[in-house]
Each structure stands twice: as structure tokens, then as C-alpha cells.
Design a protein around this ligand. Structure first.
Ligand code: IDP
Ligand code: MG
Length: 143
């Protein structure tokens, strides 16, 4: 089977950044064999987050999610490698950190903190379409 090189948008969310886990996340990405294309650290504004999370608008966790994601700095990264979209989702683990398997980023490093939004350390694009859309939002200069 031949596959094309892909790119994925990875975010170390404010919970992960505050806990000093950016390096751990980047280390797992590099240890897996994916390449770092570009990286930026900043506090995202709501306009960018509304675009990024448009699919979740109207859900009960939408406002808490935007509040959480705009609460501090994130490490935004574009990674590259064959099937890295699927591969990083596997590294990240399930959305809910309480059930994410040990060995995954969310399973090893995340937990429930009793908040309205799941604070789960990382974001990763879920499809080539999402990746293209999200890289345009976070790194328009790359597109
Ligand atoms: P994903 O990050 O695993 O792709 P999505 O369903 O795209 O998960 O949700 C985006 C983010 O919204 C999650 O990473 C998590 O922070 C939060 N979230 C998703 N579902 C829930 C929920 O049912 N309760 C609280 N927060 C949620
Ligand atoms: Mg998602």
C-alpha cells in the first residue's frame, strides 16, 4: 500500500502548556517518527477558536471549550509524515481522558478535573479535510 505524506495540526492545549507538557508531546511525536514543520506559542483569540471549533457550535460544552482554549498559551504545531493524521490521533487517545488508554498522551497525562469541558492536553486534526482547514486557520502562511 502506498500512502501520501500528510500534515496534521496539533495543539498542546492551555492545560498541557501550563503543566509544562509541550516538550513531552513533541517528544512523543518525534519518537513516533513524524517531522515538526512549524511551531508557534501564543494565546488564541476567540475569533480563531470559533473558526477552529465551528462544528461544535451549539453543543453544551462549546462555550466552556472556547473559554478554556482562550485561557492561556497553546503550542500550535504542524506535523508531517505518512498517515500522521490517523497516527497522531492514535498517540493522543480517546477524547475523554478518564477512558483514554494508558500509553496514549491523554491516557498517561490527562484526567477529569470536574469542569464542563474535557481538558485533554492535545488537539489533533481528524481527517485530511480538517487538517487543510485547520492549518489555514492556525498557519495561513503555510497554505
Ligand atoms: P477530539 O478533540 O478528540 O477531536 P471533539 O469531539 O472534536 O474531540 O471535541 C473537541 C473538544 O471538545 C475535545 O477535545 C474536548 O476538549 C471537548 N469535548 C468534546 N466532547 C465533550 C463532552 O462531551 N464534554 C465536555 N467536553 C467535550
Ligand atoms: Mg475533533
Amino acid at each position: 500500500m502506498t500512502t501520501q505524506t500528510e500534515r496534521s495540526l496539533v495543539l498542546v492545549k492551555p492545560d498541557g502548556f501550563k503543566r509544562g507538557l509541550s516538550g513531552e508531546v513533541l517528544s512523543r511525536i518525534e519518537s513516533k517518527g513524524y517531522t515538526l514543520v512549524t511551531l508557534s506559542i501564543f494565546t488564541p483569540d476567540r475569533e480563531r477558536l470559533e473558526r477552529h471549533y465551528a462544528e461544535h457550535q451549539g453543543k453544551p460544552f462549546y462555550e466552556p471549550l472556547l473559554d478554556f482554549m482562550s485561557s492561556g498559551q497553546v503550542t500550535a504545531v504542524v506535523i508531517e509524515g505518512e498517515r500522521c493524521i490517523e497516527g497522531f490521533r492514535a498517540l493522543a487517545g480517546a477524547t475523554d481522558p478518564s477512558v483514554a488508554l494508558p500509553g496514549t498522551i491523554r491516557g498517561d497525562l490527562g484526567r477529569d478535573w470536574g469542569s464542563k469541558v474535557q481538558k485533554n492536553i492535545v488537539h489533533g486534526s481528524d481527517s485530511p479535510q480538517s487538517s487543510a482547514r485547520e492549518i489555514d486557520i492556525w498557519f495561513p502562511e503555510l497554505v
